[in-house]
Design a protein around this ligand. Structure first.
Ligand SMILES: Cc1cc2nc3c(=O)[nH]c(=O)nc-3n(C[C@H](O)[C@H](O)[C@H](O)COP(=O)(O)O)c2cc1C
Length: 334
């Protein structure tokens, strides 16, 4: 079966270091069956030589799931693509957008936009080593280069090498002088550049990313691109995934926050028994009541309790009381 046909990338959650780990992805999946999920970036050397169970494992519930890799050594990238396929990932994505100093020093991320031929070679060796789709996530430019022809040429080379899906963060990367955080805010968003790339390359799957949060925005971008990738706004307000399910995927019978917490607590019990720390799971849920009555109570409960001894947190009565109170207060409020 051709896995390339199966992946729905209409809406995806962006790869985010220290955020989209396996616990976060499990939590997000409780609210959305249809969005595509990505791991945090994993360096090729870590994937090959590190503790694979720790770095690459995931729960089957997280699928469909892409592994994002950082690297520029084609042999290593090919090896990681094969490992990803063997472990059961649905896609392998190469990071060509991270501007951090450390990443540049190791020659991966956004600095590779300067080397389209090397990127094409890397993609080609990944494509030849696995059957899952090889995709790329990049920016629309770097430093002084924010130029349609340059980007189009870069993308054409990746496409000729076998990559049919490109995720475009619609702002350029500044490779020196800005921190990674500033690089997510200071360079101006240029959605038009992404639309122009899609128009010029109708056969490519173009996913737009950067500064998107509202349903109306998603719908507008979907008129011009094949998919939308959302990062920070979903991490800050994870229950917005339920709205995405309702409005974009027309899913009925979505879970309440109470049902989400109940399921997450089952997962937590299982994980804690395997040695996972409570806060490694619960820290991702801080935004669950974003914009709702009881948000402060929820955050306070978590900050007071999630560092407590794991065995204490398992007495889940208190947490369900907070959740049920919040649920009632919000129903009364609506
Ligand atoms: C905390 C954080 C970590 C990130 N880590 C990665 C990463 O590992 N790989 C990557 O390609 N992009 C990473 N990004 C960039 C996001 O994937 C995304 O491109 C960016 O946040 C813009 O989308 P947004 O405006 O919807 O957040 C990160 C962003 C944030 C905020």
């Amino acid at each position: 079966m051709d896995t390339k046909e199966k992946i729905n990338r209409k809406v995806s959650v962006a790869p985010m270091m220290d955020c989209t780990d396996r616990h976060d992805r499990f939590f997000l999946r409780l609210m959305s069956k249809n969005v595509m999920l990505y791991t945090e970036m994993v360096a090729t050397k870590s994937a090959i030589h590190g503790d694979r169970n720790k770095i690459l494992s995931f729960s089957p519930e997280e699928k469909p799931l892409a592994l994002q890799v950082g690297g520029s050594n084609k042999r290593e990238l090919a090896e990681v693509a094969k490992i990803a396929e063997d472990i059961g990932y649905d896609e392998i994505n190469i990071n060509l957008g991270c501007p951090s100093k450390k990443v540049q020093k190791n020659k991966f991320g956004a600095c590779l936009m300067k080397e389209p031929d090397l990127v094409a070679e890397c993609i080609n060796s990944m494509v030849n080593s696995c059957k899952i789709p090889v995709t790329a996530k990049t920016r629309i430019g770097f430093d002084q280069t924010e130029n349609f022809d340059y980007l189009h040429n870069f993308i054409s080379k990746m496409n000729s090498a076998g990559c049919n899906t490109i995720i475009l963060h619609a702002r350029k990367a500044i490779l020196s002088g800005l921190s990674p955080k500033q690089n997510l805010n200071i360079p101006k968003l240029n959605y038009q550049m992404v639309y122009d790339i899609k128009n010029k390359n109708p056969n490519l799957e173009i996913i737009i990313n950067g500064g998107i949060s509202k349903i109306e925005e998603i719908n507008n971008h979907l008129k011009k691109c094949d998919g939308v990738m959302i990062g920070r706004s979903i991490y800050q307000n994870p229950y917005s995934l339920v709205e995405i399910e309702k409005e974009i995927f027309k899913t009925k019978n979505n879970p309440t926050r109470e049902q989400v917490v109940e399921k997450l607590l089952d997962y937590l019990k299982k994980e804690v028994n395997l040695g996972t720390k409570v806060n490694h799971i619960m820290r991702h849920t801080v935004g669950l009541y974003h914009g709702q009555v009881g948000s402060k109570d929820w955050k306070r409960y978590l900050s007071d309790n999630m560092m407590a001894r794991d065995s204490d947190f398992q007495k889940t009565k208190h947490i369900m009381t907070i959740v049920q109170n919040n649920e009632k207060a919000n129903q009364a409020n609506s």
